[in-house]
Design a protein around this ligand. Structure first.
Ligand SMILES: [Zn+2]
Length: 187
């Protein structure tokens, strides 16, 4: 990660991009592969990071800012200025662990809503970095979960679609004024 792409980790008065919320159709259309990693892609990644830091998130996918591209940004340590964020372009999961784990998730597109989701504990992911270089990472725990959550956005899937406790789901969505009919259950 070069300083040219990664912005300073701070909150801006006005984030450069607007985040879209559950119920908005832009969140439901599958994202397209990025054919060429150029300055416009790097600029988008930078603005997505600025928007993510401003909104107190640890991950953001391009469809959340109404951009139909396979680009996600992640920073599990937003309070550590020295640790660079991750930019994943055209990510593909190469393998999943058999072991699953439950943890609470939230989403900048569904503010205030936190619910348990079961996912594979570890994954191997292949992607291009912000300079178009192919990379592969084996990740586990929070980073694995964050990448899986953000990659779901690229397929138009939201974490609430994966929540199996429908009572808790209905309750939590109502509490935060989201419509339960915006959920597309996966099971
Ligand atoms: Zn999300």
């Amino acid at each position: 990660m070069s300083a040219a792409v990664a912005p300073e980790k701070k909150k801006l008065k006005t984030p450069p991009l607007e985040i879209h919320y559950l119920g908005d159709r832009v969140l439901r259309s599958p994202a397209k592969r990025i054919a060429k990693v150029d300055d416009s892609v790097r600029q988008l990644a930078r603005e997505m990071l600025q928007t993510m830091y401003t909104s107190d998130g640890i991950g953001l996918a391009a469809p959340q800012v109404a951009t139909n591209k396979q680009l996600i940004v992640i920073d599990c340590e937003p309070d550590e200025p020295a640790n660079p964020p991750l930019i994943l372009i055209n990510p593909q999961i190469k393998s999943y662990s058999k072991e699953m784990c439950d943890a609470q998730e939230g989403c900048l597109s569904i503010p205030g809503v936190y619910l348990d989701v079961t996912r594979p504990k570890a994954i191997e992911v292949a992607f291009k970095d912000e300079y178009g270089r192919p990379r592969r990472l084996k990740v586990t725990e929070l980073l694995s979960r964050a990448i899986q959550h953000e990659m779901d956005h690229l397929s138009g899937v939201l974490f609430v679609d994966r929540v199996t406790n429908s009572l808790a789901l209905t309750d939590e969505l109502k509490k935060h004024n989201f419509s339960v009919s915006a959920v597309r259950p996966m099971v």
